[in-house]
Structure formats: C-alpha cells, structure tokens
Design a binder for this molecule. Sequence first.
Ligand code: ATP
Length: 333
Amino acid sequence: MTKYKIAKIPGDGIGPDVMAAAVKVLEALEENRNVSFEFNELPVGDELKERTGIALPPGTVDEIKKSDAAMFAAVGDTAREVILPIRQQLDLYVNLRPAKVYPNVPHLKENVDIVMVRENTEGIYKMIGDRGEGWGFNVRVITTKASERIAKYAFEYAVKNDRKLVTCVHKSNVLDLSCGVFQDACQSVAESYPNIEYNEVIVDACAMRLILRPEAFDVVVTTNLFGDILSDEAAGLVGGLGMTPSGNIGDEHAMFEPIHGTAPRLAGTGRANPMATILSAGMMLDWLGESETAANIENAVIQVLKEAKTLTPDLGGSAKTMDVAKAVSEKLQ
Ligand code: ATP
C-alpha cells in the first residue's frame, strides 16, 4: 500500500465543491487500488484575504513542498497573488493541458486530442516592466535553459505517451530576439528524438489551424503567453471549462488544477461540473507513478459520460456535483 500526502487547496467559489468531489473519487480508490491518501488542507484565496488580509499565508509553499503532490481548485481576484508565487517558488515550469473530446460533451470539432505544453516560468509573465502617465511596458524574457527544458519535457511526454508529433509554436518572424531563442532550443532538443516527428507553426497561423484542422496537432510546445491563449482555445474546441484538467509540473513538485475559475454564481449550488478536477486528480496520479490507476479514473469518467445518466447542467443533465463524484467512484469499485 502506497500512502500519498496530498496538499489540498480548495480556494474560493466552486473550488471547495469540485475539490470535495475529486477527494471522494480518490478515497474510492483506497478500497481496492493499493493506494491511500492523507490530505492536508491549505487555505488560500479571496475569502481568506478578506478575513485576514493575506491571500497566500506564509508557510503554504513549504507545506506543498512537504507533500507528494498538490491539488488546487480555484481562486478569483487573488489568482495572481496565489498561483504565480506557488508556480515560481516551486519551479513548476511545465503547464500541461490536455484537450480532448469526451463522449456526450458538446464540442465544436471532432477528433481533437491535443496536449499543450506551455512554458510556465518566463516570457511576458516575468513581471518585468513599468507604467507611467500614458505609457507602459512588460519585458519578454526567453532563455535557452528554460526553453530547452520545456522542449525536452514535450518530447519525453510524446515518447512516454506514444504520441507521434511535437509542434513548436512561435513568432520568430517578428519577435526574432526572444522567439528565436525558443525556436533554436526546440530544434536542438528535437535532434535527440529522431523517432518523434517535429514541426513548427507561427502562433497566428496556429490559432487559425486549431479551428480549421485541430486533428493536425498532437503535442504542442510553446512559450508562456501563447500557451495561455492557445490552451483556452483548445479547451473551447472540446467543450469548455468544466471538462479540462491541467498540471503545473516541475522536477520535484507538481500541482494539478482544473483550468476553470471560481464560477461564483454556481458556488454552493451543486451545479458545478467536477469532471475537470477529477481528471486533474487522475493527472496527479499519473505524475505520482500510478499510471494504471490514473487510467482507471479517466475510464470511469468516460463511462459516466457515455451512460449520460449523471451529468451536471453544463452537460445537459440535472445531476449535482457530488452525484457525479459518486457515479465516478462507483465505476471504480
Ligand atoms: P473567475 O473570476 O474565478 O475566473 P469566472 O466565473 O469569471 O470566475 P470561470 O470560473 O472560468 O470564470 O467560468 C466562466 C463560466 O464558465 C462560469 O460562469 C460558468 O458558467 C462556467 N463554468 C466554469 N467552470 C465550470 C464548472 N466546473 N462547471 C460548470 N460550469 C462552469
């Protein structure tokens, strides 16, 4: 029996609702999958800031470090004060966002199964800049070290997950100084992976091609801001926020979260779709080395979606958040 210590960060809005659902599914695994979980709940976010004046209490990042992995749900206005420092202090340099079509989930395009690998530590999010009267700027920083390690992650992901193609998305034709570094790094890493096909697309063409021919993409590796925008576009193609999980991953630590926010109008109503958080918990298990159990979670989600008896309102059903968690848990028995 392997016991995992999990930092659990529900946050605000629907965060606690979808987190409770994902925890229920993980607890269901304890019955017959040879794993168990000890959850350490860490308060962060808007509501905490209102009460105490601070959104990310000191010691939170240390608690995550002491855990085997972290699960995060959502925070609202304080996202910048919470998520960015956690990503930076734990050096979670990969933002991994799969976007795929699941059964009975309304979607714009068929045959989408894309994994976005977004660099998570630099680019325009380096927060270097200034603002004065009538002017403002942010500096975009791209380094070979960060670009090579994200490219290597993308290729390793492709190898491990039997993916065939890695696409580097850039804007070197205009942003030659910064994107040039990224493109060069991707090309040099690609040379070490002769069995994985490699190509490059300029970001604006990529945005259009994602709509016209999403099936042409497999693993996509890109810089921070491009990845932020393109991964939401990919999520939109496959049915939106309630179904899309993600991981913030480093060499030593990782934190998994649905890509949606706090959806405040749904908070506490039982109408939030927990699938993205449940799938994020599956990604966490995969990262912890429990790949078979992770696949069991995804299969259980697929079965519940196929049966279409227990779906939340965003998917056309009338089930409550915890009904979905129960249905997924039952498929794992
Ligand atoms: P925030 O300010 O935290 O980003 P938001 O409501 O502006 O919150 P999201 O939480 O990302 O942004 O969601 C936008 C809309 O998508 C919500 O109002 C809701 O209708 C829908 N939505 C998001 N997540 C879910 C979910 N898990 N289940 C059902 N609907 C969702």
